[in-house]
Design a protein around this ligand. Structure first.
Ligand SMILES: Cc1cc2nc3c(=O)[nH]c(=O)nc-3n(C[C@H](O)[C@H](O)[C@H](O)COP(=O)(O)OP(=O)(O)OC[C@H]3O[C@@H](n4cnc5c(N)ncnc54)[C@H](O)[C@@H]3O)c2cc1C
Length: 319
């Protein structure tokens, strides 16, 4: 019986593993080697690691676990079942393991638009997050591929990084009047013709060719598109999803299932590696606390209903 099974060895899972290993917890860290940002050439905005290759960050994280005797196991958790006070996980559809607590940090999968040429530039000059890659394309000509309000929002947001933004709706012609007015005000030209291909030199975008014959030069593309959970374990366990398809969890990653925590991109809106790592650390502390509670090693907090005298006594004891 492990104390904790961690599903996903990205920034969230690795960070949780580090905190739990330092709490002397018996861990099983499972990862099947599909980090979300594998296609990116450089990870930005991670304090002390700005511009590091994404896979190097993971290598460093795994390296830091070694002194604690933790090595991620290369395996896919294919099933996770909640038992009375533990979880049973199935690895690669065969092996069964048990753990008292489960932390899902399995991330999400992006679905970039399927346009010839786009994939060749993805992660270098084609991106989806301005916070992650906007700086690298400051003052360049940027095309946004997106529809409706989310496309308009992304185009408007990119005006923070450059004055030259256009919005390509790739065949969609309807847009809320208020969005169109705002785009016009910001001089963001909207092209609704379907895109035929992205012209590029290696991974560098050069132009977008449209179905109406136009070819418009640009230096970078940002897209807004659908994403989905990398694995369905949380959903299958009955976790609630929000309207963006993320697992609903509390501030420490806790779910309505006792002992089940979900953190990182799988559960949150702010999808940065450093945020995922912080969420992993917070959930790890909560899990350790829960295990301490089960072992009778935690004092219950004074509840709101206690009278003032009890509270005063507790404060005196603490002091
Ligand atoms: C192209 C691109 C560029 C980005 N650039 C930046 C950037 O510059 N700065 C930044 O802060 N963020 C960036 N991000 C976002 C960043 O990648 C994520 O916020 C971060 O990776 C989330 O970490 P995570 O641990 O939640 O998930 P992930 O990093 O996706 O890790 C999840 C892990 O779980 C594993 N897994 C999934 N299901 C299972 C299963 N059933 N069994 C075993 N293992 C499983 C996967 O293989 C994966 O290794 C970028 C994202 C993309 C797509």
């Amino acid at each position: 019986m492990f104390d904790v099974i961690i599903i996903g060895g990205g920034p969230a899972g690795l960070s949780a593993a580090l905190v739990l290993a330092r709490c002397r917890r018996q861990l099983l860290l499972c990862d099947n080697g599909q980090p979300r940002n594998a296609r990116s050439s450089s990870l930005h905005g991670f304090l002390s690691r700005d511009c590091i290759p994404p896979l190097e960050l993971l290598r460093l994280g795994r390296e830091e676990l070694k002194p604690y005797g933790v090595a991620p196991r290369e395996t896919t958790v294919t099933d996770l079942v909640h038992l009375e006070d533990s979880f049973e996980a199935t690895l690669d559809g065969r092996e069964k393991v048990r753990a008292r607590m489960a932390l899902i940090a399995s991330g999400v999968r992006d679905h970039p638009p399927e346009i010839p040429g786009l994939d060749e530039c993805y992660g270098v000059t084609v991106h989806h997050c301005p916070y992650c890659d906007g700086w690298e394309h400051r003052d360049q000509t940027i095309a946004v591929i997106g529809r409706g309000t989310s496309g308009a929002a992304l185009a408007l947001s990119l005006k923070t990084w450059t004055s030259r933004v256009m919005l390509c709706t790739h065949g969609a012609r309807t847009m809320r009047r208020c969005d169109r007015t705002r785009l016009e005000k910001e001089q963001i030209h909207v092209r609704s013709a379907p895109i035929v291909r992205i012209d590029h030199d290696g991974p560098n975008v050069r132009a977008i060719t449209f179905g109406d014959g136009a070819s418009v030069p640009c230096e970078a593309i940002f897209f807004s598109a659908r994403q989905s959970q990398r694995c369905e374990l949380a959903e299958r366990l009955g976790c609630e999803m929000n309207r963006r398809g993320a697992v609903k969890s509390g501030p420490l990653g806790e779910t309505h299932i006792p002992g089940l925590y979900v953190v990182g991109d799988a559960s949150r809106d702010v999808q940065f590696a450093i945020v995922a790592a912080a969420e992993g650390a917070k959930a790890a502390a909560a899990i350790n606390k829960a295990l301490q509670r089960r072992a009778g090693l935690a004092v219950e907090p004074v509840d709101a209903g206690s009278d003032a005298r009890t509270r005063a006594r507790t404060e005196t004891t603490r002091a």
